[in-house]
Every structure is written in C-alpha cells, then in structure tokens.
Design a protein around this ligand. Structure first.
Ligand code: NAD
Length: 507
C-alpha cells in the first residue's frame, strides 16, 4: 500500500517537543459511535500514540435538547483550539429544522478536501475487485451542498449549484499534490460538463490548467455517469479520482462498498487550519449497543490522523495489526464469511485481537510502510484575475398558471415596451416562445429572457448587446405594475467579451 500521509502547513509553534502530546478533540458520536470510539481509543492507548483526547459533546444529545445545529459554542472552542477532531458517526434526526452536523463542521472549519482511500482485502474479505486501490478526493464545501434552496411557485422548487474557481483550484491542486506525494500514477477528473457547461465546465477547465503543472502524472477526464459505471466495473483502472461534492459523495460510497463493506473505510476532511477524521459509515442505530459493530473504519480514520500529525510509525503499527487481524480471519459479523473467516467476533474481541497483533505484519496482504519523508501538501492562496464584466440582459422568472406560451410571450412583449425586448421564454430550460412545440410540458415557472432593445431580433436570434442596469430596474417595475408575479431575476453577464450564461435548449 502506498504511503498515505496528510500533512498540512504547520507553523513552528505547533511543533512538539519529544515528550509532548498532540491534543485532539474527540467526539464519541451516537448509535454505535461510543462502542467503536472506545475500541479505537483503546488501540491508540495500547500503541502509546502521543495524543491527548479532549472530549466534545456533539450530535443527538444536543439535538434532543433543542439545539438544531447539534453543536454548542464550547465544542466549537475545543475543536478550533485543538485543530484536529476525531469523530465517531453522528445521528442526524429526521424532520425539518435539523442541520446535518457533518456538513456544518466541514463548511464552518473550511475542510475543503474529503479524502477517502479504499482498498480491497482480497481474499480475506469477499469482493469482486481484488485489485481495487482507489483514492477518492471529493470537494467538500460547494456544489448543491451549499444548501441554498427555495420554493418559487406552486410547482417548482430549486437548489442552487455553486461552483467557484477558488474551490476548484484548491481541490484539484490537492488531488495532484496528493498523487505526487503518495506516488500515485493517475488522476481522473469526473464531471458532467456536456450538460452543465459553466459549473462543471469550470471544474474541467481548472483540471486542465492545473494538470499542465504535473506532466508526469497521467490525467483523464470522464463524464460522471459512464465514469461511475466504469469505476464500479473495473476499479483497477483507477488510481486517484477528483470530483465535485455530490458526485464525490456518491462515488466514494460506491467504491467503499465494492471493496467488501462500508464498515471498513475511514476518511480525512482536510482544511488549511483544521482537519477532521471519521469512519465513512453512519451511526448504525439498528445495531447500536449490541457490541457487534466493526470498528475498522474509525481505526483507519485514526491512523490517517496519526499520519496527519506526523506519527508515521504508530500509524504503521496500527495499520499492520489491523491487516493481520483481518488476514487471520478474525471478523465482525458484517464481514464474516464462513469460507474465509476463522472466528466471528464482537467489537471488543476484534479490538483485543488488533491490540494483540500490534507489532506484527500481515503475510499475504501487503504490509504498509509509512517511513517516507514527511512532505507537506501546501495549497497556494487564491489570486483573482481581474476580468471585464458587462451586463448583457436579464432572465426574469415569472410565476404564471397559464399554459399557452404565446399568451404570456405576447403580454410580456407589450409590457416591456421599448425598455428591453423579450428574446425567448423557456420552461424547465426548454424554449417554448417564440416557435415552441405544442408537445412541450409547461409548469408554472417561466424563464423570460430580455435583451437590449437595440439588438436586431430575427426569429428569436439576436446578438447580445450591453444593457444598462437602469433598464433592468425599469423593466421589473413595469412588469410588476402590469401584474406579473416576478419570482426572481438572473443578470446575464459576459466576462472579457465571452458569454457566461447558458442558452435555452432550442434557443
Ligand atoms: P449507516 O452507515 O449508519 O448504516 C447502514 C448499514 O450499515 C446498517 O445496516 C448498519 O448496521 C451497517 N453498518 C454501518 N456501519 C457499520 C459498522 N461499523 N459495522 C457493522 N455494520 C455497520 O447508514 P444509515 O442507516 O443511513 O444512517 C444512520 C444514521 O447515521 C443517520 O442518522 C445518518 O444521518 C447518520 N450518518 C452519519 C454519518 C457521519 O456521522 N459521518 C454518515 C452517514 C450517516
């Protein structure tokens, strides 16, 4: 297994004297959380890892006490002071008003990179993919997970997909640096830019730009749908995969599952100041309190944490003991298979077996070696390049319960008068005016594109010309006065003379 180390920029004050311990915030979690965290802490203690746990209360107990965020100011202080959080899974209560604590922690602490190494333990854990050894690097803060959602009409709700250039630069640079430091051969970028040309197109564009700085690393770009299918079918063809938040969320579970069990993988959430380490699975309330959960995912997360703080040797000892335990056929119920397993054990017995094997190495599974030079992954700060921005029109979204696009189109043209001209109307992205098809299904959500009244419009086609913001304001005021229910607007911009908004399908 390659050396998987996660090192960030740490200032000289952070460097420890030999007998000093690194303070780590520890959250025991909900459901099976306390059982697997106890197991993990016992192993850290047995290996004499130089860490000191400072416990924080998070999750269910706070949610139940009416704290909808699941975290209080005291816990924030402890996490921010220690900069490292080892966290067992948290239960997010069902129902409105409760925020996912995981998303809150990732976004509030700026943990932009979610790093999830997945590797098969063939032949000791059943998998169809014995050679699987993939690291998924998922953008952790942006995309549809910005959580900006609105209901706009009777029929329509929306969620904003936000992709930023600094966000893309950070995660893509991190993926290439990770590949360089851990001697990985290839980075695959997964996007859907055949459809989302601006958002996913930006991710793809930044991948191409930054990739040029890493000529010795093989690079490829795949469309997420076929990419996921190929990844699930032949994961041995992949090495490091970098992608945006939602796609990364899905493919990282797919890859973890096909290694044999989601109970095995750990993940690191890395930011420039703080880092959080956790198992990838949830709090498994169905088996909570039964002493049967597999603690391997959290143990793997804890070894990643040790590497992060430079405790390479301790991480190596734990990892090899874990591999040896698995190789010896000592398996918890989730991975027990009578063909290969030798003993079905509970959480405590599994933990004792790992502790017994500290200092041993697996014979058939590849032992890990984390003795390489400690190298930092540094992400340069973002530099915004100045571009010329021009207003070229406006999309006005209108709530209208009629069904005939020609009716609203004609009324809008009249209402706009000479202020601006209506270029087209789309419904769910499909052009329905002028010259729409009667077969197109229309909801009550109409996107009406207005452009400069100076532009020559022939059969719905026209060049975009600059418009004044005052014209947009005047148009909105006129539409409101004429009884249109304007639900939102999106200004149409060009940057450095290039159109930066999508055309309607059929425009
Ligand atoms: P889950 O991962 O908790 O459970 C899915 C299935 O996998 C269950 O059958 C469970 O018994 C099994 N399983 C999970 N971990 C296991 C382990 N270590 N050993 C043996 N079996 C294991 O997913 P879920 O049921 O969808 O979610 C339960 C709760 O966890 C929800 O409240 C959810 O919000 C939360 N959750 C938290 C995190 C996190 O804290 N990072 C992540 C995912 C889900």
């Amino acid at each position: 297994m390659k050396n998987q180390l996660f090192i960030q920029d740490r200032s000289s004050e952070d460097l420890l004297l030999p007998d000093q311990k690194t303070k780590v915030a520890v959250a025991m979690g909900d459901g099976i959380g306390p059982e697997i965290m106890e197991a993990t802490l016992k192993i850290l203690e047995a290996v004499q890892a130089p860490i000191e746990a400072e416990f924080v209360k998070l999750g269910e107990q706070l949610y139940r006490a009416g704290n909808t965020a699941g975290i209080d100011p005291e816990a924030w202080d402890i996490i921010r002071r220690n900069k490292i959080l080892l966290k067992a899974p948290i239960t997010t209560p069902q129902g409105k008003g409760y925020k996912s604590l995981n998303v809150t922690l990732r976004k509030s602490l700026g943990l932009f990179a979610n790093v999830r190494p997945c590797k098969s333990f063939h032949p000791f854990i059943a998998t169809k993919h014995p050679k699987l050894d993939v690291v998924i690097i998922r953008e952790n803060e942006e995309d549809l997970y910005a959580g900006i959602e609105h209901r706009q009409t009777q029929d329509v709700v929306q969620c904003l997909k936000l992709i930023t250039r600094p966000g893309c630069e950070r995660i893509i640079r991190y993926a290439f640096e990770y590949a360089r430091v851990y001697e990985r051969k290839k980075v695959t970028c997964m996007v859907k830019d055949n459809i989302m040309k601006l958002t996913d197109g930006l991710f793809h564009q930044v991948f191409k730009e930054i990739g040029k700085e890493y000529p010795s690393i093989e690079q490829e770009v795949q469309i997420i749908d076929i990419g996921t299918a190929k990844l699930a079918d032949s994961p041995e063809n992949y090495d490091v995969v970098v992608t945006s938040n939602l796609y990364g969320d899905i493919i990282s579970d797919v890859v973890a599952q096909i290694t044999g069990s989601v109970g095995l993988a750990g993940s690191a959430n890395i930011g420039t100041d703080c880092a959080m380490f956790e198992a990838i699975h949830g709090s498994a309330p169905d088996i909570a309190g039964k002493n049967i959960a597999n603690p391997s995912g959290l143990i793997n997360a804890a070894t990643m944490m040790l590497m992060h703080i430079g405790e390479m040797e301790k991480a190596q000892i734990i990892q090899n003991a874990l591999l040896k335990t698995i190789e010896d056929g000592i398996h918890t119920g989730d991975i027990y298979d009578e063909k290969v397993s030798r003993r079905k054990v509970n959480t405590e017995e599994f933990t004792a077996a790992v502790i017994e094997r500290l200092g041993q190495e697996p014979q058939e599974l590849e032992a890990v070696s984390y003795t390489g030079e400690k190298e930092q992954i540094l992400i340069p700060s973002y530099e915004r390049k100045k571009q010329e921005k021009s207003l070229m029109g406006v999309d006005v979204f209108i709530d209208w319960e009629g069904t005939d696009p020609d009716v609203i189109g004609t009324r809008l043209q009249e209402a706009a008068g000479r202020i601006m001209q209506l270029k087209m109307i789309t419904n769910r992205g499909v052009k329905v005016f002028p010259n729409g098809l009667p077969e197109t299904f229309c909801t009550d959500h109409w996107r009406c594109r207005f452009i400069s009244s100076e532009a020559k419009l022939v059969n719905g086609k026209a060049d975009y010309l600059p418009v004044y913001y005052e014209s947009v304001v005047a148009l909105l005021s006129e539409l409101h006065a004429k009884g249109f229910d304007v639900i939102k607007t999106e200004n149409l911009y060009s940057f450095d003379g290039k159109r930066q908004f999508s055309l309607g399908q059929g425009e």
